[in-house]
Design a protein. Structure first.
Lengths: 601, 622
């Protein structure tokens, strides 16, 4: 699971420190200015400059003075009810049936031999639900107004004293209600599918003479078997295979293997900010090393040197930890030579105070790749204070004010350890998977609301089919936003003259078989310049469109649920805020279109 | 207006009917052209392999955009691999294979990704093995969908069970994990590999990776022989299964099985190799079939035809050569009369050109013989050319599979002497691990005695893998005794051959040396050698006062095989024992000493022990 620093921010950090509010405000200002200009131009064409200006001013005044304050929740409720009835009449509940069919055959496409089947099952149900529910939102919202206009049932609404704000909100709420209903059904079925999909047990087939270890039978449906032995607490636990363990209990002479543990959970991580040091151990411009992988997510530190990764933790409460400080690692290793194949590459972890005066003894570890290496250190530990050996108390000596550092180094010469900021975190507690799963569905619900808002907005001024295309465009911009960003940024850079180009230039280059590295040359400098200017404007237009579109990838939280990481309330609150922003934006745009459009013409 | 419309509609209907006719002719279920072509080339779904409802529904669900869907999935799979989301990567590969179940390259490429690219990403060798198994599973699934594509069975046998399990850095762990993986054995049996319970069993009655690979290769060849196509030349394809048997023998020897079980493995390997040699290799468009053991017969035919041709030319060739020679300048004559090894580099090309001129063409010869003989000579010359081409091809094929080497090796490896020599080296190395240096050296010394005896009888093996094994062991031995080998050393000839072979431009000399030994094989007795332990004082302890540790061995004599530059004048210290043994440069001025122990030690260290005795064979002594 890839985490970026923004996943670690608290809600208020994001809103006030990292520009969440500012960006929203700037976008609102830009859209307002754009709306005013477009509105004035349209009014000018209809009524002439002075009359047009007056009309525009009148509409804005009505929005603030009349329509907003006099919006009636009763009428919103009535329209919402109508939207629900209309949706049911249009048989949207068929989606539930389709989902059931999809789940019935899902087993054909899910690989039970996977290294972590729970991850696969959870990602699958969340992905399918996400796609299904967005498509549902798309269709119900886009065809609503155009269908009403076509069938002239809109007359019954607009001839009554209903305000545009109420029409928009009523429609959105109605569609959201029906979508929520469907989502709840899908959520319950998905949960059952996952729980039943991963549940399994084993029989114990072999035990040692002392009865403290043994082997389980091979489960031919789940394609694995376990061995078991006592853990640190003395409980009999199986080894970690396919993302889970089992508790083994002795019932008289018989051994009973319990249900799976560790595969469906919600660990509550406390993340720290990470920095790399150079080979001298000093923090400077150290960014970690790239060992040759395409992916830049993890960076590497060199073995048998002072090259380190340092995590800084803040605000750690003693109450979150009892006798142990628990932390998880998901590091990776890179070998420059094979060496001892059997022994994994090793490293050390050091806990130290933020003033670096006190540090724990070195805690050695061997890297466990592609699994969560769960570690714990006692709060009473050995270390040194001011360079002298001492017995330490974690919360008194190392983290007296809740601040401390964790240093990770690689101990094997010429070998490397790779890590990203999210690859070491403190594990305060573990919450229920069910609650996390619910939060995952809340994320999907937020995406549904955004799609419905856009669908309703587009349907206020476009025909059904065109509204669908427009909403799909928003979805595409949202889902492939980073790709489009990359494409546009690169193309704009190239416009400076290094080859490549925008849409028109590319269309010309393709039949000419002119590669992007070749200078654009069609024999006429004036035409070339014109094409490049038009391209540049088109690219900026796409860039603005992209900025105004919701980033559905950011709103998706599937990975958190699948990888068993608690979806923080801060992140959810951030998504709620973004969703509310889009509701506001689409609501205002819809209001002006509904206000100025002649529905009963 | 209505009439016009009616006419237009009738026109449309007629056009539809006319266009439907060829469509009907092409697409009829049984007798249609497409159906016939499908049957002829066995391209029907049922001919290709298993029909899978999941695959069919997936393709149906793509609504005709299978290509686009597959492309998107490939891009996504690449992304998952780059970002190391390996579970999702596997899930995406499964989806790709459902969309393109009969596209063989998908199975090959993506299975390789799993077994060879993703597998090494894991630090834990057990996880790596799991990913190799995923690659195997993926290919096995591909076989079910493509039953007439032997390349998939070939890949399984050759790459996964052969190279991956048997030759990778983790081979020891992989082979052992495979032997213990009962579930995998059962899975393979379900995939139609019935022989896993019988002929794939190794010395310990558990399935062996090499022998399992051999079963897959056999399946591939059976399929090929039944008419399925594979982009492999037949002699190479057929060579793998017997070679895998020999690799099995090699592998168990490296794992310490150095008794009759290894001998039996080599014996069976040799028998299978001989059967492969007798196998008829069909040569499309080349006139006649061949077998790799037909080299003697092919050589005989060439010689016979050459003699016949020479008889017909009645000395014309010699006359023409003499004529051309007489036209050469003195410098040119001197050049070609100079032995090759004495020629200067810059004259090589000119000498070759003259030699080419001295080879008369068929036209020159035929114009020098009576007209009545010319027709017969043309016939004989054509037969001779064909025979030569056939022999050349046969030799190429034999070289491709290294036929002679494997034949010799099987004979050699199953001998008691070889097994004993290997066992002694193996035991010596285990003893070194336990710091039992004295007994280890005794075993080494005995091993050199047997290896010398073996190399006398199989000299061509000195520069092959077998020689590499012995050379590695010798290097370790030299480090322990902290000495270099002189000419009295029992394996001095072997070392000389190895040294020459490593030097640029001297490999021919190494070959000459080996061939000189080869020529004398007939003079040697095949009686089992008897090693006299008492005749060999070796591994004497250092007695000087500077080091009282009885396990530290005294440095010995300077090597003949070392250069002046690489050999320090001072006696190398124990820590300096890593000096290369095969360093270039030797000769009368090298600081080597002779075989006489007294002489050698007098130059270096009076306490240096003597080296193991040589065999009573002049080829192995100076």
């Amino acid at each position: 699971m890839h985490l970026s620093p923004e996943h670690f921010w608290t809600y208020f950090q994001w809103l006030f420190e990292q520009g969440g509010l500012l960006n929203g405000f700037l976008l609102a200002v830009a859209l307002t200015v754009l709306g005013l200009i477009v509105g004035f131009l349209v009014c000018m064409l209809r009524y002439g400059p002075s009359e047009g200006f007056l009309q525009l001013a009148k509409t804005i005044r009505e929005f603030f003075i009349v329509d907003i304050p006099k919006t009636s929740f009763q009428r919103i409720y009535a329209i919402a009810k109508l939207a629900v009835k209309e949706s049911i009449r249009k048989k949207v509940l068929v989606v539930v049936g389709l989902f059931v069919i999809g789940l019935m055959f899902a087993g054909w496409y899910l690989d039970p031999r996977a290294d972590n089947p729970a991850q696969l099952y959870v990602s699958f149900v969340l992905w399918v639900t996400n796609c299904g529910i967005l498509v549902l939102g798309l269709f119900v919202s886009c065809f609503s107004f155009p269908a009403d206009i076509k069938s002239r049932t809109i007359y019954t609404i607009v001839t009554k004293p209903v305000r545009p704000t109420e029409i928009f909100l009523g429609r959105v709420l109605g569609f959201v209600a029906i979508g929520t209903f469907v989502l709840v059904i899908l959520g319950v079925m998905s949960y059952q599918f996952v729980i039943r999909g991963v549940a399994h047990s084993h029989e114990v087939t072999e035990t040692s003479a002392d009865g403290l270890s043994g082997k389980t039978a091979y489960n031919s449906n789940r394609f694995h078997a376990h061995t078991f032995s006592p853990n640190e607490e003395g409980e009999l636990m199986t080894n970690f295979i396919k993302g889970h363990v089992h508790r083994v209990e002795k019932d008289g002479e018989k051994y009973v293997v319990g249900p799976t543990e560790g595969d469906l959970e919600a660990r509550v991580p406390i993340y720290g900010m990470m920095k790399f040091t150079g080979r001298d151990g000093e923090e400077g411009e150290g960014k970690g090393l790239n060992v040759g992988y395409m992916s830049e997510y993890q960076r590497y530190i060199e073995g048998d040197s002072l090259s380190s990764a340092v995590w800084r933790f803040n605000g750690i409460n003693k109450s979150d930890f009892e006798d142990f400080v628990r932390f998880d690692m998901t590091l990776s290793a890179f070998r420059t030579y094979k060496g001892d194949i059997v022994t994994p590459v090793g490293g050390i972890v050091i806990f130290r105070s933020s003033d670096r005066n006190v540090e724990s003894e070195h805690i050695p570890f061997k890297v466990k790749e592609f699994q969560i290496d769960q570690k714990k250190v006692p709060t009473s530990l050995k270390g040194n204070r001011g360079g002298k050996p001492a017995d330490l108390d974690f919360f008194k000596d190392i983290a007296p004010d809740g601040k401390f550092e964790v240093v990770v180094r690689c101990t094997d010469r010429n070998q490397y350890l790779g890590m990203a900021a999210g690859d070491l975190y403190l594990r305060a507690k573990t919450l229920s998977f069910r609650w996390n799963f619910f939060k995952g569905f809340v994320s999907i619900w937020l995406q549904l609301v955004v799609v419905i808002c856009f669908g309703v907005m587009f349907s206020t001024f476009l025909s059904g089919q065109i509204a669908i295309v427009a909403t799909i465009s928003v979805l595409v911009l949202g889902l492939f936003g980073s790709f489009i960003d990359h494409l546009v940024t690169e193309a704009i850079k190239r416009e400076a003259g290094s080859g490549g180009g925008g849409p028109i230039e590319s269309l010309i280059r393709i039949p000419m078989q002119s590669g992007s590295g070749v200078q654009f040359d069609i024999g006429n400098k004036a035409v070339e310049t014109t094409i490049q200017s038009v391209d540049l404007n088109a690219l900026f237009f796409v860039k603005i469109l992209k900025a105004g579109s919701p980033n559905f990838n950011e709103l998706s939280t599937t990975d958190f649920i699948a990888y068993g990481v608690n979806l923080s309330e801060h992140l959810l609150a951030k998504h709620f805020t973004i969703c509310f922003g889009y509701l506001l934006m689409t609501g205002i745009i819809s209001y002006f279109f509904l206000k100025t459009r002649e529905m009963a013409a | 207006m209505n009439k016009k419309s009616l006419v237009r509609k009738i026109g449309y209907i007629l056009a539809i009917v006319v266009l439907l006719l060829p469509l009907y002719a092409l697409g009829r279920p049984e007798s249609g052209l497409i159906s016939q072509l499908r049957s002829k080339h066995k391209m029907g779904q049922a001919d290709l392999g298993k029909l899978d409802p999941a695959s069919e529904s997936m393709r149906l669900a793509s609504l005709g955009m299978k290509g686009i869907a597959a492309t998107v999935l490939w891009v996504r799979a690449d992304y998952y691999k780059e970002e190391k989301y390996f579970d999702r990567f596997t899930a995406t590969l499964n989806q790709i294979s459902l969309l393109q179940p009969h596209f063989v390259s998908v199975w090959q490429h993506q299975a390789h990704n799993l077994g060879f690219n993703v597998s090494p990403e894991f630090e834990d060798y057990r996880q790596r093995f799991e990913w190799v198994k995923k690659g195997i599973d993926y290919l096995a699934k591909g076989i079910r969908f493509n039953e007439r594509k032997p390349i998939l069975q070939y890949d399984l046998g050759q790459q996964y069970f052969g190279h991956k399990m048997g030759k990778s850095d983790e081979k020891v762990q992989f082979r052992e994990m495979y032997r213990n993986d009962v579930e995998l054995h059962s899975y393979l049996k379900d995939q139609g590999l019935a022989g896993i319970e019988t002929s794939a069993r190794g010395f310990d009655q558990r399935p062996d990776s090499w022998l399992t690979g051999r079963l897959w290769l056999n399946k591939a060849t059976e399929l090929y022989e039944s008419g399925a196509t594979i982009k492999k030349v037949p002699h190479l394809l057929y060579s793998y299964a017997p070679a895998w048997r020999m690799y099995y023998a090699e592998a168990i020897e490296s794992e310490g099985i150095l008794d009759s079980r290894a001998g039996l493995a080599w014996k069976l390997g040799g028998e299978e190799w001989a059967s492969f040699g007798k196998r008829t290799l069909y040569q499309a468009g080349r006139g006649r079939d061949m077998s790799l053991l037909g080299e003697v017969e092919a050589t005989r035919i060439v010689n016979e035809k050459t003699a016949e041709f020479d008889r017909l030319t009645d000395g014309a060739r010699e006359r023409i050569v003499a004529e051309i020679r007489s036209g050469l300048t003195k410098e040119e004559q001197l050049l070609i009369d100079t032995p090759i090894e004495e020629r200067k580099q810059e004259n090589f090309e000119q000498a070759m050109e003259i030699m080419r001129r001295l080879e008369p063409t068929f036209l020159q010869i035929s114009s020098n013989i009576p007209p009545e003989k010319q027709a017969e000579m043309v016939k004989v010359q054509r037969e001779l050319t064909d025979a030569k081409e056939f022999l050349k091809l046969l030799t190429t094929y034999r070289n491709n599979v290294n036929y002679q080497f494997w034949e010799n090796r099987c004979k050699l490896e199953q001998r008691d002497e070889t097994l004993k020599a290997r066992r002694l080296v193996y035991e010596a190395e285990r003893l070194i691990d336990q710091a039992e240096l004295g007994p280890a050296l005794e075993r080494y010394d005995e091993a050199w005695f047997y290896w010398a005896w073996i190399f006398q009888r199989y000299p061509l093996m000195m520069t092959e893998e077998l020689g590499d094994d012995v050379f590695s062991a010798l290097t370790r031995y030299r480090k322990i005794v902290d000495a270099e080998f002189d000419d009295s050393f029992v394996l001095s000839k072997f070392l000389e051959v190895r040294r020459l072979n490593e030097l640029d431009g001297f490999s021919q000399q190494a070959t000459d040396l080996m061939e000189s030994v080869q020529r004398r094989i007939g003079e040697l007795s095949d009686e089992p050698p008897v090693y006299d332990r008492n005749a060999k004082p070796t591994g004497e302890k250092r007695t000087d006062s500077t080091n009282k540790d009885p396990d530290v061995l005294e440095p010995k004599v300077l090597p003949k095989v070392m250069t002046e530059q690489t050999v320090p004048v001072d006696v190398p210290a124990a820590s300096d024992s890593s000096a290369p043994i095969d360093a270039p440069g030797t000769g009368s001025d090298s600081p080597a000493v002779g075989s006489d122990k007294t002489e050698s030690t007098s130059k270096l260290d009076d306490t240096a022990p003597a080296l193991p005795p040589t065999l009573e064979n002049p080829d192995f002594q100076n």
